[in-house]
Design a protein around this ligand. Structure first.
Ligand code: GLN
Length: 293
C-alpha cells in the first residue's frame, strides 16, 4: 500500500487517513504507533478522537499535507513531543522543542514528593525553592502552581531552557516562578533555600549512543550526559548545596537506574541524612530525598 506521501493529497476520510498513518509508523517500527497516529491526526486537524471515530469526517488537503510532514519527521525519529511542540506535565501545558529535555512521566513523582514534604509540614508556609537545571521548567513550574505561597527559582545554563521555561511560565500564568541563566548555583550565589530540587543529567556518557534514537539523536546531550559514571552532577551539586540550604532543608533528586547507593553515599559523606526514597512505575529507585539536619 502507498505511504501517505505517495497517496497524493486528495481529501480523505479521517479513519482511512488514520489507518494510513498507523501503517506508516508501525511498518517503520515506531512503538505505540496507534496512539501516535491518533495524536498526529488530532493535532493536525484540531479534531478530537471522538470526532474522528464517531463522525469520520472528510479531511482537507491542507490537513493531509500537515499530517504528511509530521509523519515524515516522526519516521526520521524526531520525538513526537518535539513535532507537536507540547506535553502535559502535572496538569500543566509545557512547550518543548529541540534544546530542552522532554518531561518524563516519572519526573512527576519528583514534584509529588516535594508537595508531600510541604503537606507534611516540613517546610515553612512560604518556602523558597530552587530547581537546578530547570530545562522546560516543568518541575519548578508545577511546584510553584501546587504551592502558591512558595517562591521558586529555576536555574539553567542553556539559553533554550530559559526561553522555554519563561514561555511556559506565561502560558500557565504562574507568577511565583523565576528563571535565572547560569551554571548550577552561580546565579544564586548569595541565596539560601528551604528545598533544592534537581533532575540533573545522569546518563553515563558511554550509554547515550545506545538509548532510543529519539533521545540519542534529538534530545540535548547537555541534559543527559552525567559523565563517565553518570554521577558528575550529584558530586558537584551535593557539596555546593550545603551553602545554599537552610538547616533542616531538603535536597530532592531524580536519579538513574542503579545510582541509589552511590548517591546516598556521597550525600551522607557531606552530612546529609536520607529522608525518603521513592520508586517509579517500574519499581526503580527514582527519587531520593536528603535532609540537612
Ligand atoms: N530520564 C532520562 C532518560 O531516561 C534522563 C534524564 C536525565 O539524565 N536526567 O533518558
Amino acid at each position: 500500500m502507498d505511504t501517505i506521501s505517495q497517496s497524493g493529497r486528495s481529501p480523505q476520510k479521517a479513519l482511512s487517513l488514520l489507518r494510513q498513518i498507523y501503517k506508516d509508523l508501525s511498518s517503520e517500527g515506531i512503538e505505540d504507533a496507534e496512539i501516535e497516529a491518533e495524536l498526529i491526526l488530532c493535532y493536525a486537524s484540531g479534531l478530537s478522537k471522538m470526532d474522528i471515530y464517531k463522525d469520520n469526517p472528510d479531511i482537507s488537503e491542507n490537513i493531509i499535507k500537515t499530517v504528511t510532514d509530521m509523519v515524515k519527521k516522526r519516521l526520521s525519529r524526531v520525538p513526537l513531543q518535539y513535532i507537536v511542540g507540547e506535553v502535559e506535565f502535572m496538569g500543566l501545558r509545557i512547550k518543548v522543542g529541540p534544546g530542552v529535555l522532554i518531561p518524563r512521566p516519572e519526573t512527576e513523582i519528583v514534584v509529588q514528593e516535594v508537595i508531600q514534604i510541604f503537606k507534611e509540614g516540613f517546610l515553612p508556609s512560604c518556602p523558597e525553592i530552587l530547581d537546578i537545571g530547570t530545562g522546560s521548567g516543568c518541575i519548578g513550574l508545577s511546584i510553584a502552581r501546587l504551592i502558591p505561597s512558595s517562591h521558586v527559582i529555576g536555574v539553567d545554563i542553556s539559553p533554550q531552557s530559559i526561553k522555554y521555561s519563561n514561555e511556559n511560565k506565561g502560558l500557565n500564568k504562574i507568577k511565583n516562578f523565576h528563571t535565572l541563566r547560569g551554571n548550577l548555583f552561580e546565579p544564586v550565589k548569595d541565596k539560601t533555600f528551604d528545598l533544592i530540587v534537581s533532575n540533573p543529567p545522569y546518563v553515563r556518557t558511554d550509554e547515550i549512543a545506545s538509548l532510543q534514537q529519539e533521545i540519542a539523536l534529538y534530545e540535548p546531550r547537555i541534559a543527559l550526559d552525567g559523565g563517565r559514571d553518570g554521577l558528575d552532577f550529584y558530586r558537584t551539586i551535593i557539596p555546593q548545596s550545603i551553602d545554599h540550604l537552610l538547616k533542616g532543608g531538603f535536597l530532592v533528586f531524580e536519579i538513574g537506574i542503579g545510582q541509589f547507593e552511590d548517591i546516598t553515599g556521597i550525600a551522607q559523606r557531606h552530612g546529609f541524612t536520607l529522608f525518603r526514597v521513592n520508586e517509579d512505575f517500574s519499581s526503580i529507585k527514582r527519587v531520593l530525598i536528603f535532609r540537612r539536619l
